[in-house]
Design a protein around this ligand. Structure first.
Ligand SMILES: NC(=O)c1ccc[n+]([C@@H]2O[C@H](COP(=O)([O-])OP(=O)(O)OC[C@H]3O[C@@H](n4cnc5c(N)ncnc54)[C@H](OP(=O)(O)O)[C@@H]3O)[C@@H](O)[C@H]2O)c1
Length: 214
């Protein structure tokens, strides 16, 4: 594990570059201690062509067994300068966040715009286009509005409620279509996210509901 402050990141990245192929895809996970992020990290750490940066408030909260190849930055997404420095040079941003999502989305869009990073995968929730909008979902909806108003190559995901079932079984719906289903396994959502990371040209400027079929 490489635990570094933002000021040490470049030094460590020079060391790491000797181990990672030049063509490696650089992926940063914001909120890397989150449940879905854990599954995504488990999948991506097995891939040699992915250079993973884990951005999170406390590295102690990481639950993954093997993060030896990942670069770790402890930081808050609401700290704009730190966030921008972390995003600089990445190919893909995957936001697995909770909390002040609208403010975080604004920071992320600004940082990506200023550093020229285009692709973002942002998790929100089922129900954000319901009328009337549940007060619990407002922060997800406002964050999605911020991302959609940007010129980024975004993929917004609106998953149904998570289960821990060990299965991969999902379908997606497009924005404007009725959302389906009521549950999705964490493993399924993580699998979809890693597929988008592998093929970032998929689902560009799309906003997808994700659910277990039937
Ligand atoms: N549970 C469900 O059934 C369900 C259904 C649909 C959608 N969702 C939503 O899907 C998203 C992903 O779910 P999840 O279970 O993976 O979420 P999670 O476990 O709650 O992870 C969210 C992460 O955001 C991080 N975070 C919060 N504020 C931050 C900040 N200012 N700077 C940096 N990191 C910050 C938290 O880090 P700390 O460890 O530092 O707190 C946490 O690791 C969440 O928004 C969730 O609400 C959940």
């Amino acid at each position: 594990m490489l635990l570094c402050s933002i000021f040490q990141t470049r030094l460590f990245s020079e060391i790491e570059l000797t181990k990672i192929p030049m063509s490696a895809k650089k992926v940063i996970i914001l909120g890397a201690s989150g449940n879905i992020a854990k599954h995504v990290i488990d999948i991506l750490t097995k891939e040699d062509h992915i250079q993973l940066t884990l951005f999170l408030r406390s590295a102690k909260r990481l639950k993954n067994k093997d993060i030896s190849k990942a670069r770790i930055i402890e930081g808050d997404v609401l700290n704009y300068n730190l966030l921008k420095e972390a995003i600089k040079g990445q190919d893909i941003v995957y936001a697995n966040l909770a909390g002040e999502l609208e403010a975080m989305a604004k920071n992320i869009v600004k940082a990506m715009g200023e550093t020229g990073v285009k692709k973002i995968i942002f998790i929100t929730s089922i129900g954000i286009y319901d009328v009337p909008l549940s007060s619990l979902l407002r922060r997800y909806r406002y964050a999605a509005d911020v991302i959609e108003a940007s010129n980024l190559e975004y993929t917004i995901l609106r998953p149904t409620w998570f289960t821990n079932v060990n299965e991969i079984d999902y379908e997606t719906t497009r924005k404007g279509e009725p959302e389906k289903g009521s549950v999705i396994s964490q493993k399924s959502l993580a699998t979809l996210i890693t597929k988008i990371i592998e093929s970032p040209e998929k689902y560009v400027r799309e906003n997808l509901g994700v659910n277990k079929p039937n």
